[in-house]
Design a binder for this molecule. Structure first.
Ligand SMILES: *[C@@H]1O[C@H](CO)[C@@H](O)[C@H](O)[C@H]1NC(C)=O
Length: 232
């Protein structure tokens, strides 16, 4: 009997590639993209790519062509829209897969809830160091862009190569989306064994070059700056 069972299992494994062709399954996909076109990852820019992928998967008659990806687009305002939408929609039928959101704070709450409900999330954002926690809070997150800590590895390698010991990090903190803060945080996070100082520029306290040069004199550091407008 055990022999027979293992034989059956063997046949199932052998037949599997053939059988998957015939599997049909509905997969509800919830996609969070901003309607606001000032974001690089706005609905107008990204939705056509998702539609294209959906069409190609169906058309190629391959292994996954039996899956019906039912795609529902919802707005992401980079604050709370995505979170409330996910909570409201999930009172009915929970989605099987979530794409986005991209913005850090919005992604954090959505991914926490989705991970609690065992719903996978794929995001082109959520790049901050905190999302590395795959044990619990962000267990169901897959990031498809290099994270800020990944970027920091480049700096770490440079510092090692040139035997630099200290750095001055200059960044603008908009206190909203805080992309510059999170970018620099990746470096800070990874290079904690270096002598690192920070210089923060805000709207109320704009760049003062005299002060900056003084800080540079004091630290003799190697400068890494991250000052750019929020979500270009
Ligand atoms: C779109 O986003 C930009 C950048 O965050 C913001 O300044 C602008 O007010 C937004 N526009 C609308 C209509 O919400």
């Amino acid at each position: 009997m055990p022999y027979f069972i293992s034989l059956c299992v063997y046949f199932l494994i052998v037949l599997n590639p053939v059988m998957t062709n015939t599997i049909t399954e509905d997969i509800d996909v919830l996609v969070f993209l901003p309607q606001n076109n000032s974001y690089l990852f706005s609905h107008a820019r990204v939705a056509p790519a998702i539609r294209y992928a959906q069409k190609r998967l169906k058309a190629d008659g391959g292994q996954y062509s039996g899956f019906n990806f039912n795609i529902q687009f919802e707005n992401s305002d980079c604050f709370y829209d995505a979170f409330f939408t996910l909570a409201d929609l999930s009172c009915g039928q929970k989605p099987d897969l979530i794409l986005g959101p991209v913005c850090e704070y919005e992604a954090a709450v959505v991914v926490r809830l989705a991970s609690h409900w065992n719903i996978p999330v794929i995001s082109a954002g959520a790049l901050a160091a905190g999302f590395q926690n795959k044990n619990k809070e962000y267990s169901h997150l897959t990031r498809i862009a290099p994270s800020y800590v990944k970027m920091a590895e480049t700096f770490s390698a440079m510092f090692e190569h040139f035997t630099w010991k200290s750095a001055l990090l200059i960044f603008e903190d908009d206190r909203e989306q805080r992309n510059c803060y999170f970018t620099v945080e990746g470096v800070y996070h990874l290079m904690s064994n270096y002598d690192i100082k920070t210089h923060i520029v805000t709207e109320e306290k704009p760049m003062n070059f005299d002060e900056l040069f003084q800080v540079m004199d004091d630290t003799e550091g190697h400068i890494f700056s991250s000052i750019y407008p929020v979500q270009g």
